[in-house]
Write a protein that binds this ligand. Structure first.
Ligand SMILES: *Cc1c(COP(=O)(O)O)cnc(C)c1O
Length: 423
């Protein structure tokens, strides 16, 4: 469910016509719907209602301050993967006691920052990292709260690049080693074991991998309790998928029910559930609007050349992913025009859609919208080809605001310098 809808053949975000935003802000532009964000967060949070829980929104999916503020204002915690993401979350008033810090390669300065800010937990992904955290905590005279990220070896059955819970992946610590590491950690003076964690992948379209993962965490936790290790938080990561095209992922309610059942593995233990949803909260709350520059008829294909490119939205190039394409103004009458929708970048991978049956043949200047671009859209964008990164806009009801202005040319070179030795 989202709030991008046609009214008399014209596409609106909530009460605002997208064409108005294009005219006033320009293209390419990301547009986020505040009502959709709120709705998704509420639905997800309610679905977990039966368990004591904290929803830690995964910042990397969309880290715009206005998006973060919207979620934090509703009580969300955050899942972060860098010092920069913690910084962003704190900027919008996130409660440090609801911040978890994930990632396989935390640098020392990042560990220091997390400790100084008093975050809820470091999700530790290797024994080397555990020792590094202990060293830093000892130096600062602190005790670092940690969860160990366990690699439960379950197949998330998703794209290999976003499948993270298999033995062959770089993430987490295998179950057998995790048991030993937990026991070691519980004896470290500057470490406080607070939880157990996993994240098995992204864009999951079934509940069974989540259940299997939780079952493994439950078994491991029970064996740890016997060793005197206390687990207070069970962090099951993110990963719930969204419908981009034909997928039929479980609804948050179905997901919540599956999680609740699986959490029976922890019956009798006083634990708080942590979830780290990203995509399911923001994915369908945002679109990327672009303008058609040219139409080109190749020998075997049609091309629609638009002003957004892989630097703005890399998902099609990176994961071969599908984003529905809607015209901002619908034309009447049945038409089907099949084309590749491509950007201006000199890379064959620079496409937004391939062999796509568009409802109608766009004309030069027509606005198109790439749907479901709220997650891993802007956050994965770059300045490749020295293209300015897109503007971001948030709509709330009949109002909208630019929440990140389009980059200027000077923004792109401001950190560079030419030393005198180059002449
Ligand atoms: C990316 C990530 C998430 C969020 O994944 P979604 O599929 O967007 O829900 C959660 N936790 C960790 C550790 C991640 O790396």
């Amino acid at each position: 469910m989202h709030h991008f809808e046609y009214r008399d053949d014209e596409l609106f975000c909530e009460q605002v016509p997208l064409a108005k935003i294009a005219a006033e802000v320009g293209t390419p532009v990301y547009v986020y719907s505040h009502a959709t964000l709120e709705r998704h967060y509420k639905v997800f949070d309610n679905a977990l209602g039966a368990n004591k829980h904290i929803v830690c929104y995964s910042v990397k999916a969309n880290s715009n301050l206005a998006v973060l503020r919207t979620l934090v204002a509703m009580g969300a915690g955050v899942d972060t993967v860098s010092r920069g993401e913690i910084f962003r979350a704190l900027k919008v008033g996130a409660d440090p006691k609801k911040i978890v810090f994930s990632g396989v390669g935390k640098r020392e300065d990042e560990i220091v920052y997390g400790l100084e800010q008093g975050i809820l937990a470091f999700n530790v992904e290797s024994t080397s990292e555990l020792h590094a955290i202990e060293r830093v905590a000892a130096r600062l005279g602190k005790r670092a709260p940690i969860s160990l990220r366990v690699n439960p070896d379950v197949d998330a059955e998703t794209h290999p690049y976003i499948s993270t819970g298999l033995k062959k992946n770089k993430f987490g610590i295998g179950v057998a080693e995790a048991r030993k590491t937990f026991i070691d950690a519980s004896r470290m003076k500057h470490i406080e074991v607070v939880g157990i964690d996993c994240h098995i992948g992204s864009q999951l379209t079934k509940t069974s991998p989540f259940k299997d993962a939780i079952a493994r965490l439950g078994e491991l936790t029970r064996s740890l309790v016997k060793e005197g290790v206390t687990i207070r938080y069970v962090d099951i990561g993110g990963g719930l998928g969204i419908p981009y095209n034909q997928e039929d992922p479980p609804s948050p309610a179905e997901y919540g029910k599956a999680i609740e059942e699986a959490m029976a593995a922890f019956t009798g233990l006083d634990v708080t559930l942590i979830c780290e949803p990203g995509r399911v909260i923001v994915g369908n709350a945002g679109v990327l609007m672009t303008r058609t520059l040219y139409l080109k008829q190749g020998e075997i294909k049609n091309f629609v050349i638009v002003d957004a490119a892989m630097n703005d939205l890399i998902r099609p190039a990176f994961y071969d992913s599908y984003h529905a394409i809607w015209p901002v103004k619908k034309q009447s009458g049945p038409q089907t025009y099949v084309a590749d929708v491509v950007g201006p970048i000199c890379e064959t991978g620079d496409f937004l859609a391939r062999d796509r049956a568009l409802g109608q043949k766009p004309a030069e200047g027509d606005l198109l919208v790439l749907m479901s671009a709220g997650a891993y859209g802007f956050t994965m964008s770059s300045n490749y080809n020295t293209r300015q990164r897109a503007a971001e806009v948030m709509v709330k009801g009949s109002e909208y605001a630019v929440v990140r202005r389009r980059e200027e040319l000077e923004d792109m070179i401001k950190n560079e310098s030419v030393p005198s030795f180059v002449g």
